[in-house]
Design a protein around this ligand. Structure first.
Ligand SMILES: *[C@@H]1O[C@H](CO)[C@@H](O)[C@H](O)[C@H]1NC(C)=O
Ligand SMILES: *[C@@H]1O[C@H](CO)[C@@H](O)[C@H](O)[C@H]1NC(C)=O
Ligand SMILES: *[C@@H]1O[C@H](CO)[C@@H](O)[C@H](O)[C@H]1NC(C)=O
Ligand SMILES: *[C@@H]1O[C@H](CO)[C@@H](O)[C@H](O)[C@H]1NC(C)=O
Length: 527
């Protein structure tokens, strides 16, 4: 992952050079400033030096596997793999010996919607302290600490005295990746999860299957991927792959929420589960095509219950994304059995009611499994009444009205409309993501409280392993700051120097984040 580190040059520097001096950043870039911006951030002109050979990240409170792993990781992120730097500071230079890492309570095992991510980070001219009530706050604080450290003119590691009090503005800060339109390798998924941690994003929304392919290898229903994956051997995620990705995310405080989109977007399911999809008719006969999931037969719900009880066991997060978008009624309209069913149930011709019938039975199954559920906004747009605890994901144009409506109905909401990163154009575009204020619409304070956050969505039609990282980063970093930082962070122009530094920081850590701001350079380029 850290390609950069393997080629880290050991910069020899000498005692005589070790007076601390102003460092030149590339034009238009900050030095040692964090992204996303903390809620409260003060930095001071006092410079401290870190000795890479002896500097310690020292747990002084509780500890656990996640903390031990994070300390190992952040040592490497901050200093690289080599500890061989000769270090003989002059007497007038303040050397910071360690960062006290004070986890005030025992670790929680898995990140969740309810997790707290607060932390405080205080670096004086002689001490540094990171404190948080939760392991998740410690992870965010370690990330911030790592961002404050920068290289001096002689390769030395520098840090300014700093005082930070920080917590996220929104609790759900996600990235959607789509592994159905194109398969994404396990390694590239992990690379993105790593980049998410560098941006304090905390939900990997895994749009794992769709019409085009079904790469999830089910324990109970292996035929789904045998028949529905692009290739049953090479283009699948085995149970081990899924577990590995969940663990990789967990230790970074990132939730993995899979999306199994139904009743539309489910063509690939039909190949391995006969009778699941609606048969479409022409001139009174099945025409060989299939539409959305067949909502009128009980075998559908038996299957869904079996499948989603597995999903609940495999994915530790309480929430599953249930999709529900873009359901075409045409095939349902053509099918005489469905027409008859609707007559019998007293809603002839009302396909929204049929969709409602499906969604209600589906979400009742999820409730029975004690799962949380997120759906795309169309379900509500179509007048479908869903359980009040359903989270509604807004993605369409006119989102201000839509999110006002959804929250007026009492639903919690997520926003993605402004952050469809699969739409690309010439030039800088992160600023438009940055200019979208998720609470800028007409509604009561109680309604606004129902907005849990949002997600940058990178749909996979034109994205695969070859370009997913560079298309996503650093553009998703703009979304990360909108969702973490105070609403006062709304001026893209003044954020630009920090954005550029952050992009270079990711590049320096081996993430192939694209140059979003036109000509320029990074001190450490990608290699
Ligand atoms: C860090 O300290 C240096 C030297 O005093 C100063 O020039 C610089 O502006 C400081 N940086 C920040 C982010 O405060
Ligand atoms: C954490 O941040 C929230 C704001 O989101 C604040 O209300 C709360 O007091 C903070 N808790 C701690 C322990 O700092
Ligand atoms: C299908 O399930 C529903 C709800 O549980 C039940 O009322 C109905 O009798 C079942 N239909 C058949 C054909 O078994
Ligand atoms: C169809 O059902 C929906 C949901 O119950 C309802 O809002 C709508 O008014 C119905 N449409 C018609 C034409 O009856």
């Amino acid at each position: 992952m850290h390609r950069c580190l393997t080629v880290l040059l050991i910069v020899a520097f000498f005692e005589s050079h070790l007076s601390v001096e102003a460092v030149n950043a590339p034009p238009g870039q900050t030095l040692g400033q964090p992204w996303p911006m903390p809620q409260s951030y003060q930095s001071y002109p006092d410079l401290l030096l870190l000795n890479s050979a002896t500097f310690n990240l020292s747990p002084v409170g509780h500890s656990c596997d996640i903390l031990q792993d994070a300390i190992r990781r952040y040592r490497l992120i901050i200093f690289g793999p080599s500890n061989a730097l000769k270090f003989r500071p002059k007497s007038n230079v303040n050397v910071l010996a360690n960062l006290d890492v004070n986890l005030m309570n025992e670790c929680e095992k898995y990140p969740s919607l309810e997790m707290k991510e607060n932390y405080t980070l205080t670096v004086t001219s002689s001490t540094a302290n990171l404190a948080s009530p939760t392991i998740w706050g410690i992870l965010r604080g370690l990330e911030t600490f790592s961002q404050l450290v920068y290289r001096g003119n002689y390769g030395e590691f520098l840090l300014n005295a700093t005082k930070i009090v920080d917590f996220p503005r929104f609790s759900h800060r996600g990235v959607l990746l789509d592994t159905s339109r194109h398969y994404l390798s396990k390694e590239v998924i992990k690379e993105n999860i790593e980049a998410m941690a560098y941006n304090k994003m905390n939900v990997f929304h895994w749009h794992i299957v769709d019409d085009q392919s079904f790469p999830y290898q089910s324990r109970k229903y292996p035929k789904l991927s045998d028949e529905g994956a692009y290739n049953r051997f090479t283009h699948i995620y085995t149970q081990n792959d899924v577990a590995e990705i969940i663990e990789f995310a967990r230790v970074r405080g990132i939730r993995v929420i899979p999306e199994y989109d139904t009743p539309g977007h489910s063509q690939s399911w039909g190949k391995g589960q006969k009778g699941l999809l609606t048969e479409c008719y022409s001139q009174g006969k099945p025409n060989g095509n299939f539409g959305p999931i067949n909502p009128i037969v009980n075998t559908t719900y038996t299957f869904l219950e079996g499948f989603f009880s597995e999903v609940q066991q495999v994915f530790p997060d309480k929430y599953t994304h249930m999709g529900g978008d873009e359901v075409s009624f045409d095939c349902w309209k053509s099918n005489p059995d469905i027409t008859k069913f609707m007559q019998q149930h007293g809603f002839p011709g009302n396909y929204s009611r049929l969709e409602q019938y499906y969604e209600q039975r589906l979400l009742n199954i999820m409730a029975k499994l004690n799962a949380g559920y997120i759906i795309w906004q169309e379900v509500v747009d179509n007048g479908v009444k869903v359980r009040p605890d359903t989270v509604v994901h807004v993605w369409k144009g006119g989102w201000q009205q839509d999110i006002a409506k959804v929250t007026a109905l009492g639903h919690r909401a997520l926003l993605s409309t402004c952050w469809y990163l699969d739409y690309i154009s010439y030039g800088t575009d992160w600023t438009s993501y940055y200019n979208c204020e998720p609470l800028n619409w007409q509604g009561s304070a109680a309604q606004k409280k129902l907005v849990m956050g949002g997600e940058a969505a990178l749909w996979g039609e034109f994205v695969d392993t070859s370009n997913v990282v560079s298309r996503l980063w650093p553009r998703a970093s703009a979304v990360a700051e909108k969702l973490w930082s105070s609403s006062a962070m709304s001026d893209a122009t003044s954020a630009t120097p920090r954005f550029k530094e952050h992009r270079c920081r990711m590049v320096g850590r081996g993430i192939r984040a694209e140059p979003q701001n036109g000509p320029g350079y990074c001190v450490k380029e990608f290699n």
